[in-house]
Write a protein that binds this ligand. Sequence first.
Ligand code: HEM
Length: 535
Amino acid sequence: MYALYLSAAALLFGLYKLLRLFIRPYFSPTRALPGPPSPSWLWGNFKDIVKADNSVLHEAWLDKYGPVIRYTGMFNDNRVTTLDMRALHHVLNSPAFEKPLQARINLAQFLGEGLLFVEGDEHRKQRRVMNPAFGPTQIREMTDIFLEKSLQLRDIWLSEVAKSGDERARVDAVSWLSKLTLDVIGLAGFSYPFDALNPAQAPNELNAAFSTIFSAGTKFNLLNFLIGFFPIFGHIPTTRNRKMARAKAVMARIGRDLLAEKKAAVLGEHEKVAKDSLQGRDLLSLLVRANMATDLPEAQRMSDEDVLAQVPTFLVAGHETTSTSVTWALYALSLSPASQTRLREELLSVDTDTPSMDTLAGLPYLDKVCREVLRVHAPVPSTVRIAVRDDVIPMGGSGWVDNAGVQHTAIRIAKGDVVFVPILALNRAKAVWGEDAEEFRPERWDVLPEPAAKIPGVWGNLLTFLGGSHACIGYRFSVIEMKAIIFTLVRAFEFELAVPKDKIVKRSMIVTRPVDISEPDQRNRLPIVVRPYRR
Ligand code: HEM
């Protein structure tokens, strides 16, 4: 009898939760905001958004309905977006907004509870211990790795040219750059040699495990969707779940070995680790050292589990994002021969193949090219935040006007409403960058447009690396890595697209990659022709 009451109570509680989920959106103050009608209760505007290129619909709605809009997600859930910089600054910095739990659970099933997962005090704790590993002094030390791997790719492409017997070769920028940045994050992240650029080498254990986890985690399918809501689905013994479990076990074993090695090195630092040895300079070693510092209060230390979760976190966050940026850089430079020539002239004025971080950082046109690529082709085009309590978001400018013509200077938002953070849309907003905002034109950085100075981003007057408490911790790492790769490749080769421009389209699955639609398989690919540059 007691069990029956308990089941009935659980059922009622479940029903109440479900009902609240469906009813809650109708009581949100965001319903007063202007925006597109919802075509379906089940899908909201979701299907149209998925069909269009990332950000395109949001941009059109913002153009049509004003500076802040509401549209709908699944089950008519409220979603708000705005290009208002004061409002975005608030959303990115206020503890009233977090990553949605469902997205975090999805991340955690393949990444563990690392920096991309945690929120609140735990996030502040992890971030405090990890920040020093990503400082300029530390990245300066890693520049050699970025250049060494870039030179390896340069030599591989030169040998492809030699093999072709034709002074030129056709290569796929996506796959080669992905191998390059995997090698870099392996060495700079953990002193782990993936050796992905070595053509004779089959993918090693960690590479294979990582690929399995990454491809399962980033595919949109019913199982992944259900796991986001009900993590128990991750334990059903399907082929996908079994493969994931095996891959996670490999990742955990290698992670534990790496961690044990780093800890032993830190403990025996004075005798064993030379000050400038590679072993002591990778991100994991720096993190372990910071976490073991004697002046760090016990409560502020990360557990071994937390440190281990950073291994897949660095791999996922730091690998495809940077390779995609460089891929888009080669795409943009292929389509803009004048920028390519101007850049090459600047890069060839440096008299070494292995410049320091400061030399790379001090090349003005290289800097403008990188900013412009990261503006027009932001690899992560958007993110979302959920209100964890009711809140009022202040707006700059003249605010917004409701249906009754009343002016508002703030956005009232209810717990559970989602804010879409329009990274790409702000990066290419005409109101900020002018009428040619969608064009790749590095020279625009000669004079920064006034409104761009207010963009609440951590780097480069852009939202590409986000801003606020969850801003990308790896932005310095990524920008210098990007500069080192472009420096090496543009000095050595001239580039052009190997297929017509309209055969390359963008497709987003968290990261926006080029897709080659000239081939029936329509894979992530950027075929380019490389021709050695004769000085
Ligand atoms: C062009 C390259 C990159 C881009 C565009 C990029 C972009 C971003 C963005 C937009 C976020 C915020 C995500 C959100 O909160 O919704 C983020 C967070 C993060 N990124 Fe990056 N990233 C890049 C490279 C890297 C690299 C190289 C690393 C590490 C080696 C890295 C590590 C991280 C981590 C750990 C976070 C979570 C930070 C936190 O929540 O405190 N990223 N990145």
